[in-house]
Design a protein around this ligand. Structure first.
Ligand SMILES: C[S@@+](CC[C@H](N)C(=O)[O-])C[C@H]1O[C@@H](n2cnc3c(N)ncnc32)[C@H](O)[C@@H]1O
Length: 238
């Protein structure tokens, strides 16, 4: 499995190996260009239950599933709460490699993913270097500052629609995230980053590869997902 891997793929496998072994794993998005590479690593490590969620399937991915019957697959959008409600189980670890920055409903999608995660989540993706203000999150569709933000130089992108204002879907780059932003969001979800590794810069050195394992800690009772309407009529006296 490890022949001819890119440096970022090796980083993803190292981060995954920090969280393995596990009884059960859900891999969010593992088909495009890799056809189950990270799910297959989980099977190799002895994991009994491995589920991949993706909107895409390919002949190569189907071949792997036939060869490894314990690889399970559900086709659907893991940012859709109605689809996620049909996944009626939780997994010891979850894997989110190169997917968060593609989710238009980012906070809600990450929350849906963490609801399925019992012990730890592994995250690897390109990150923006810290900005002037901590916790920065940059919206990329429609963003014209390609010098700062285009992950590869524009002349190398040819026919790729870089940050088109209309391409607001999970096939495109939606967010430039900083490590401080990710850490704060995970903390609000009751997760703590316990292991992390920085990889190479992308061709645009404002971006770098980043990986972490975040482990479940306390439930946060003040999280937005637990907000309830005030009972009755609240007299605020204004
Ligand atoms: C950029 S590729 C990354 C693939 C692999 N995880 C890796 O690290 O190389 C993103 C993958 O996740 C899938 N994906 C992204 N967002 C998704 C969503 N909201 N629901 C289902 N699949 C999604 C895409 O179809 C694709 O297979």
């Amino acid at each position: 499995m490890e022949d001819n891997l890119q440096p970022e793929q090796r980083l993803k496998l190292r981060i995954l190996d920090l969280a393995l072994p596990a009884q059960s794993v859900v891999v969010f998005g593992d088909v495009w260009m890799v056809e189950g590479l990270y799910a297959r690593r989980c099977v190799e490590s002895g994991c009994q239950r491995v589920l991949v969620l993706d909107t895409l399937e390919t002949p190569g991915w189907l071949d792997h599933r036939q060869a490894l019957p314990m690889l399970d697959f559900r086709k659907g959008d893991f940012a859709d709460p109605f689809f996620m409600a049909t996944v009626r189980e939780r997994f010891e670890i979850s894997v989110a490699f190169d997917v968060l920055l593609h989710q238009p409903p980012l906070l809600a999608a990450l929350h849906l993913m963490l609801e399925k995660t019992e012990r730890a989540i592994c995250i690897v993706q390109p990150m923006l270097k810290e900005r002037d203000v901590p916790n920065s999150l940059v919206y990329l569709p429609g963003n014209v500052d390609l010098d700062q933000l285009a992950p590869v130089p524009s002349d190398a992108q040819d026919d790729v629609h870089v940050f088109s204002v209309e391409d607001v879907n999970h096939s495109h780059w939606i967010w430039g995230m900083t490590r401080s932003f990710l850490g704060s969001v995970l903390a609000g979800e009751g997760f703590e980053i316990t292991r992390e590794e920085t990889g190479d810069s992308l061709p645009n050195a404002n971006w770098f590869w980043y990986g972490c394992v975040a482990e479940r800690r306390e439930v946060n009772p003040r999280h937005w997902s637990r907000t309830q309407p005030h009972p009755g009529v609240l007299d605020l006296s204004w």
